[in-house]
Design a protein around this ligand. Structure first.
Ligand SMILES: NC(=O)c1ccc[n+]([C@@H]2O[C@H](COP(=O)([O-])OP(=O)(O)OC[C@H]3O[C@@H](n4cnc5c(N)ncnc54)[C@H](O)[C@@H]3O)[C@@H](O)[C@H]2O)c1
Ligand SMILES: [Zn+2]
Ligand SMILES: [Zn+2]
Length: 377
């Protein structure tokens, strides 16, 4: 089958690889119809992780069940399904509590598994014609039949639940003001989710014009960090700081003073300055224990200069980590099915699998309006 294979920094190729197949009676085989490229893939694409050449990318997968293992009881051949990016067992202590992003079964020695992602277990990605889905009865979310809302439902694999998770970590409640750093797909989904949860005012900080325009389109206040100091501006506009803050950027944050430089703790520290005393921060933005391209030895080991003193002084709370997609995807699916949510507004390009190398390049450089790309194998 054809798949998107990582070759090395800034290089992916569409190649023939061994067919995905059922390896365990609890698996299903899915014929992939949509697989999106994620900002998380870019960390690997840029060579800023320990990912090895040869990896098949793709953790945002939707398709049609082609074949079911003999122990699968719920999912049936022919159903349209979307899979959380997390691979989870459903029965370990963390899964039982809904923390499916931290499953202790699927990736021994580590809490959490995913398709096509460095350190997240042996599961091949779905930017390919077919995908093997382990523990399929647990991991497949069944969708309405047909092709309707394909791009909306494709957002359920990761970014819509992840944006929602950012709000959950920060405890966004009706009437609150929320500051979101990053207007990439995750930041836009966090802002959108904040409105779904009843936020009164949402600020979205970035410097990419097309992305800031999308933030405005959903009713947020766009803040361009290349021309204003975002924390100062939001503190003033809210009369003392936003109630809640969300980091949808992560460790490759650009400096607010000088965007040509990376400032790995820049967004965390900007959030501590932006949120009012006793507020809370949700951090879905990625931080790693190993960054081969980090600016100094500390950063290469995932140790950052974080303003814990000011955070303590303000009595802020913070939640971090991979999104537990399964915890939210059913409810978010039903908002889409009922026409109450349209997360596909972030999708800028839908292209054939063969176009993946071009799409990675443009999405990575944030050019030509590349905000979110869905690949169709
Ligand atoms: N926790 C999870 O489960 C989870 C899931 C998906 C993605 N992520 C992570 O979320 C982050 C965002 O993902 P994405 O797909 O939106 O990525 P993306 O790369 O498309 O978007 C990141 C955006 O941040 C902006 N940015 C850079 N520095 C900034 C700064 N200092 N202030 C404000 N904005 C800044 C960039 O211009 C860009 O638009 C990534 O770190 C990704 O790995 C986490
Ligand atoms: Zn993703
Ligand atoms: Zn588990």
């Amino acid at each position: 089958m054809k798949a998107v294979v990582y070759q090395g920094p800034f290089d992916v190729a569409v190649q023939e690889v061994a067919d995905a197949r059922i390896e365990h009676p609890g698996d299903v085989l899915v014929r992939v119809t949509s697989s999106a490229i994620c900002g998380s893939d870019l960390h690997m694409y840029e060579g800023r992780t320990d990912a090895d050449a040869g990896m098949v990318f793709g953790h945002e997968n939707l398709g049609v069940v082609e074949e079911v293992g003999s122990a699968v009881t719920r999912v049936r051949k022919g159903q349209r399904v979307v899979m959380p990016f997390n691979v989870a067992c459903g029965f370990c202590r963390n899964c039982e509590k809904g923390f499916t992003g931290f499953c202790t079964t699927v990736n021994p020695g580590f809490a959490g598994g995913a398709y096509g992602y460095v350190s997240m277990g042996p599961y091949r990605g779905g930017q390919a014609e077919y995908l093997r889905v382990p523990f399929a009865d647990f991991n497949c979310l069944v969708l309405p039949e047909g092709e309707e809302n394909e791009a909306d439902y494709a957002m359920l694999a990761d970014i819509f639940p992840t944006g929602y998770h950012g709000c959950e970590l920060a405890g966004v409640s009706p009437g609150e003001t929320v500051a979101v750093y990053g207007a990439g797909p995750v930041g836009l989904m966090a802002a959108y989710s904040a409105f779904l949860r009843g936020a009164s005012r949402v600020f979205v900080v970035d410097r990419v014009p097309e992305r800031l325009r999308l933030a405005e389109q959903i009713g947020a206040v766009a803040v361009d960090f290349s021309s204003v100091d975002p924390a100062g501006m939001i503190v003033e506009e809210t009369g003392g700081g936003a109630d809640k803050g969300i980091d949808a950027v992560g460790y490759q944050a650009r400096g607010h003073g000088d965007p040509s430089q990376e400032e790995p703790a820049g967004v965390l520290n900007a959030l501590i300055a932006t949120v009012r005393p006793t507020g809370a921060l949700g951090v879905p933005g990625l931080y790693l224990t190993s960054d081969p391209g980090g600016g100094d030895e500390q950063a290469r080991q995932g140790r950052l200069a974080f303003d814990i003193g000011l955070m303590f002084e303000k009595g802020l709370r913070m939640g971090t980590g991979q999104a537990n997609v399964k915890r939210y995807n059913r409810q978010l699916r039903d908002l889409i099915a009922q026409g109450r949510a349209t997360p596909s507004f972030v999708v800028s390009h839908e292209v054939a699998l063969d176009q993946a190398p071009m799409a990675y390049d443009k999405f990575d450089r944030h050019v030509e309006g590349y905000t979110k790309v869905v690949l169709h194998p």
